[in-house]
Structures are given as structure tokens and as C-alpha cells.
Design a protein around this ligand. Structure first.
Ligand SMILES: Cc1cc2nc3c(=O)[nH]c(=O)nc-3n(C[C@H](O)[C@H](O)[C@H](O)COP(=O)(O)O)c2cc1C
Length: 399
């Protein structure tokens, strides 16, 4: 997802550095255009340091010093979303009347991207009839307007005109992207395994692992938002699954998960193996409780089925995503797993950083072309959108 951030000459521009940083942390690509007056409040260096892919500054169209004379067209086509935050009264007036006298306004005019304006100005500037008239005009056009809000202003006034908080901008953006993504998985059938399998030793004891099911649940929730029919096959979970999932099946052992996966993957478009499946099970599990004997006890283990590899083998046209948990040589092992199991994509957790049970995660996503994306440490629900973004992009649904 590509977000172009426009920064104009408002004091609230000082918050845009954090905004850009947070957008990048969500895994979105981000470029920035700063107006000439915006430069009084924020520097290109700060924005580049936060990871912006490119930062453009401008005054007049003929003063561009870019790689292409058609930079406004390039940027207009590049962006999926244009977010002007903060939006000054001046740029609002220009946009409301179709002015295109600088890189930002020319790019916006030339773009079919979704356009979001986040105004910030002194309360009197905001209340001014001409500003309100411009606002009415722009709302009728293809712009969304978020804010402003009531509060203490830089000038000392307390009234409406303050830019909404960065956190609220991000929440709105995330929701908007999820809503727009709705159609992207519409009609697609998605099967996701989650949690850990449990392998019985006897009727009261088992071996298992620390997987909580949070990542699988976040992926299912996100797919559901994007319009997919979602089936979850859950082992042991430390959370309740989200209520918007179409069907949830509970299983215990890897064998049971395999049976359910074979059944439901048959009619699916995407299969994500997010569950932490135990590699081994007890060879001769006891049907009765094993009594304490006063001596050591050995458990003999035997291999469980390789669910994700088997599913890809059974249904080669299914888009199959595997998760790998590694503690070292993360990328190398991830690529090996991708090849060995013939996966379409692998998501590698570095579990040396304590992923299990946490609400946060950081992963490396590798597709069949060996294109890699190393994400920031982020909330699992945000990571889910990044992973789906990768799947949808690789799969070519955007094309
Ligand atoms: C210190 C200072 C703070 C300003 N803050 C704002 C503001 O919050 N909102 C606004 O609309 N204009 C503000 N202005 C005025 C704009 O910078 C001015 O209208 C400028 O022409 C906007 O240009 P731009 O829209 O091309 O960025 C401020 C000006 C100064 C000097």
C-alpha cells in the first residue's frame, strides 16, 4: 500500500514526522511532499530519517529538481492514498478551486488516489466563512476530511481548529484501507490454522508449545474485513477467536488438524498455516493415566504429518503460506522451508525475540520470487494487514 503524505505550512506539521514514522511502521510505503511554507516547520532530513522513501520539496512547478519533469504525474500514479496532514487554510482554498501551482496541488489534481485532508489552523481561520465555504466545496468533491478537533491551539486559543491526533489519523487510515480492501478478498475462501496442537501422553497429560493463536486470529479477522469467507482451524488457543469469522473448528492433535485442513482446503483459494504444529507425537499414547513408578520414564516420539507441505502437494493451485519459527539464520531457514515445502510464501518469526503470547511481532516475509520484506516490530493485527497486503500483491489481485 502506497501512501503519499502532503505537509503544508501549519504549525501542526511538527507532528507529521511522527505520522510518517508510524505509517512506515504499519508496513506501508510512504513518500512525502512538503510545500515551501511547510519547510518552516519540518525538515526533509527528519522525514528521510524516519524512513520516508522520498521527500519532495517545491515552490513552483518550473523549479522542480527531480529525476523527472513529470514528477507530479509519477507521484499521482504511484499513490494509493494521498494524505495531507496538516492541511493549511491556504492549500484547502487551492484544492477547493482546482489550483495546481505547486507539486502537492498538481499531484493531487492529477491523481485518482483516495484523498484525505486533515486540516489544522487557528480557530478563527477555521471559522472564517470562506474556509467553511471551501470546506463545503471540497466535501462534495472526491476528498475525505478528518477533523479538525477542539482543544488548545499553538496560539493559545481553545476552540476547534486543532489537528486530530496522529493516533486517530492512523486508526482512520487503517480502517479505510481495510474497508477499501474489502473487495480484494470478496468471494475468496481462506483457511487459516492457528494456535498449538496438543499431543496426548495419556488422558490427563500432553505435550504442546507456547503458541497463543493471536497471529492466526489477527490474520483471520483481517481476511474477514477484506471480504473473504474465512474458516479457522484452531488448536489450543489462549484467546477467543474474533466473532466475525465465518466458521471455527477446534481440534486437538496435529492428526486432527490435518484431517480438518485436508477437508476445508479442498475448496479454498488461500491456506495459511499459522498454527504451531507439534513435529512429534507420543508413539504409544496411553489410554489410561500413567502412574508414577518411582523410576525415570521415557517417552518415545514419532513424527506428525507435515500439514502445510501435504496440503500444497494435494492442492497445487492453492496459494499456501507457511509460518516458520526460527531462532537463528532466520532468512536462510525460511527460504529452505519455502523450497522444501513448495510454499508460495513464508513468514518467519524470529522466536529468539520472544514472540509467543505477545501482542507484538516482527517478521520477515519471503515470496516465491525470494522478494523479502522485513517488518518493524508491530501489533499482530497490524502485521496481519501487512501479510495480507503481500499475499494480495503477489497473487496479483491488485492488477
Ligand atoms: C508560525 C506560523 C504558523 C502557522 N500555522 C498555520 C496553521 O496552523 N494553519 C494554517 O492554515 N496556516 C498557518 N500559517 C499560515 C500558513 O503558513 C500560510 O497560509 C502559508 O501560505 C500556507 O502555505 P501552504 O498551504 O502552501 O503550505 C502559519 C504561519 C506561521 C508563520
Amino acid at each position: 500500500m502506497k501512501v503519499l503524505v502532503g505537509i503544508t505550512g501549519s504549525i501542526a506539521a511538527v507532528k507529521s514526522v511522527d505520522l510518517v514514522h508510524q505509517i512506515i511502521k504499519l508496513g506501508y510505503q510512504c513518500k512525502v511532499i512538503i510545500t515551501q511554507d511547510g519547510l518552516s516547520f519540518v525538515t526533509p532530513t527528519a522525514l528521510s530519517s524516519m524512513g520516508a522513501e522520498a521527500v519532495y520539496i517545491d515552490s513552483k512547478m518550473d523549479q522542480y529538481s527531480y529525476t523527472s519533469i513529470m514528477e507530479h504525474i509519477n507521484l499521482a500514479k504511484w499513490a494509493d492514498y494521498i494524505l495531507v496532514a496538516p492541511l493549511s487554510a491556504n492549500t484547502l482554498a487551492k484544492l477547493a478551486h482546482g489550483f495546481s501551482d505547486n507539486l502537492l496541488t498538481a499531484t493531487i489534481l492529477a491523481s485518482a488516489a483516495k484523498k484525505i485532508l486533515v486540516p489544522a489552523m487557528n480557530q478563527q481561520m477555521w471559522k472564517a466563512p470562506i474556509t467553511q465555504s471551501n470546506l463545503e466545496t471540497i466535501k462534495y468533491l472526491d476528498f475525505m476530511v478528518w477533523g479538525p478537533t477542539y482543544g488548545l491551539q499553538a496560539c493559545g486559543d481553545i476552540d476547534v481548529g486543532r489537528m486530530i491526533e496522529v493516533e486517530n489519523i492512523l486508526n482512520n487510515l487503517r480502517e479505510l484501507i481495510a474497508q477499501n480492501g474489502h473487495r480484494l478478498l470478496y468471494g475468496k475462501r481462506v483457511v487459516i490454522t492457528a494456535g498449538s496442537t496438543i499431543e496426548q501422553i495419556d488422558p490427563v497429560r500432553y505435550i504442546s508449545n507456547h503458541s497463543s493463536g493471536k497471529m492466526g486470529n489477527a490474520l483471520a479477522e483481517c481476511a474477514s474485513f477484506m471480504g473473504a469467507d474465512v474458516i479457522m482451524i484452531c488448536g489450543k488457543m489462549s484467546i477467543n477467536t474474533t466473532s466475525n469469522i465465518d466458521k471455527v473448528y477446534s481440534v486437538g492433535s496435529a492428526e486432527e488438524m490435518f484431517v480438518a485442513a485436508k477437508k476445508h482446503a479442498k475448496n479454498a483459494d488461500v491456506f495459511i498455516s499459522c498454527a504451531a504444529v507439534c513435529d512429534y507425537k507420543i508413539k504409544n499414547a496411553s489410554s489410561q493415566k500413567v502412574k508414577k513408578s518411582g523410576t525415570d520414564l521415557s517417552l518415545e516420539l514419532t513424527q506428525n504429518p507435515d500439514i502445510v507441505a501435504s496440503i500444497k502437494k494435494m492442492y497445487p493451485s492453492l496459494f499456501v503460506v507457511g509460518f516458520a519459527a526460527e531462532t537463528n539464520n532466520v532468512v536462510e531457514y525460511g527460504i529452505n522451508k519455502l523450497h522444501a515445502k513448495n510454499l508460495d510464501m513464508v513468514v518467519i518469526n524470529d522466536v529468539s525475540q520472544g514472540v509467543f503470547g505477545s501482542d507484538m511481532n516482527q517478521v520477515t516475509i519471503i515470496d516465491r520470487d525470494l522478494k523479502q520484506q522485513v517488518t518493524e516490530l508491530m501489533l499482530k493485527k497490524d502485521l496481519a494487514t501487512v501479510i495480507w497486503d503481500n499475499i494480495v500483491n503477489y497473487w496479483g489481485i491488485y492488477d
